[in-house]
Write a protein that binds this ligand. Sequence first.
Ligand code: ADP
Ligand code: MG
Length: 314
Amino acid sequence: RAIVRELGHIKEQHVKALHLMEAIPPQETDPTDFKRRFLKKIRKLGEGNFGMVELCLYDPKGDQTGELVAVKSLKTENECSNLRREISTIRNLYHENIVKYKGICNDEGANIKLIMEYLPSGSLKEYLPRNKSNIDQKRLLHYALQICQGMEYLGSQNYIHRDLAARNILVENESLVKIGDFGLTKSIKDDKEYYKVTEEQDSPVYWYAPECLINRKFYKASDVWSFGVTLYEIMTYCDRENSPPRVFLKMIGRSQGQMTMARLVEALGKGWRMPRPDLCPEMVYTQINSCWSHAPEDRVDFKGLIKEFEILLT
Ligand code: ADP
Ligand code: MG
C-alpha cells in the first residue's frame, strides 16, 4: 500500500510539473532587449530638437531576414535622462492611434536607444504634401478623429503630450495615423491638473496656448490648443507657405528672441488667430477655433471634439 501511495504521489508531482511547463513556455530571451550588434542602420528617418530617428534592420540571424524598426537616440549625450523618461512613458501606452513601443537597446555602453515600430510613410508633414492629390477632406477629418481618440486615451492615463504637431503624427497607411514623439510628455500628479515647466528649453511656441507661454503651465486643455494648430496644418496639407511659424511671423513681424514671444502673447491676448485656410470648410474652422479659446476652461475637450468629428463624418 505504501508503494501505491508513493506512486500516486510521484504521479501527482509529474502532472504538476507538466502543468508548469505548459503555463510557462521556455523563454530564451527578453523580446524587448535589442542587442546593439544586431541593429543595422539603413537610413535616417528624421530629427527634431533633441532626438534623431533612424530606420534599422534588427537582424540577429545575420541573414537579412530580420525586422525593420525605428530607433530613436539622442543627438547630445546629456539628454539621456529625457529619452529614459520618454521610454518609461511610451512603454505604458497601448492604443491603436499611438506609436508602438518595441523595446530598448542599452548594451555595450550607456547610450540608451528607444526601439519603436517603423511607420513607412513618415509624419503627416512629409506625407500630406506628397499625397495631396489622393487625399480628400474626408480623410483629413478621419486623421483628426484618430488623433483625438489617441489624445483622449493619453489624457485618461493622466499624461499631457506638450508637443502635438503634424511633425509628430506618424502615418501607418492612408487610413491610419498614430501619435508619436513623447519626448516632452509629462505625467500630471493626481492632486494637480497642470504641469509646470521648470527647465528653460526651446519650445514649439507657435503650437502653444497662452497659459503655456505666459505662466509655463500645461493643462490637458493646452494639448487641445496644440491640436487646433495641428488641425490647421492638416487642413493646409502641411503647406510650407502656410505653416504656423510663417503665418504668425507674417502677422507679428520678425524680431529677436524674447521680443517674438512678447509679441506673440500680445497678439493672442488681443484675440488674433490664424485665419481659415483656403481649403478648410467653415464647419471645420469652427472646430479649430473652439480649441483656441483664450482661457483653458473655455476650450472644447477631446471627448467633445470626437463627437463633432463623428457628426461631420456621417
Ligand atoms: P524628436 O523628438 O527629435 O522630434 P521624433 O520622435 O519626433 O523626434 O522623430 C523625428 C522624425 O522622425 C519624425 O518627425 C518622423 O519624420 C520620423 N519618425 C519618428 N518615429 C518614426 C517611426 N516610428 N517610423 C517612421 N518615422 C519616424
Ligand atoms: Mg518630433
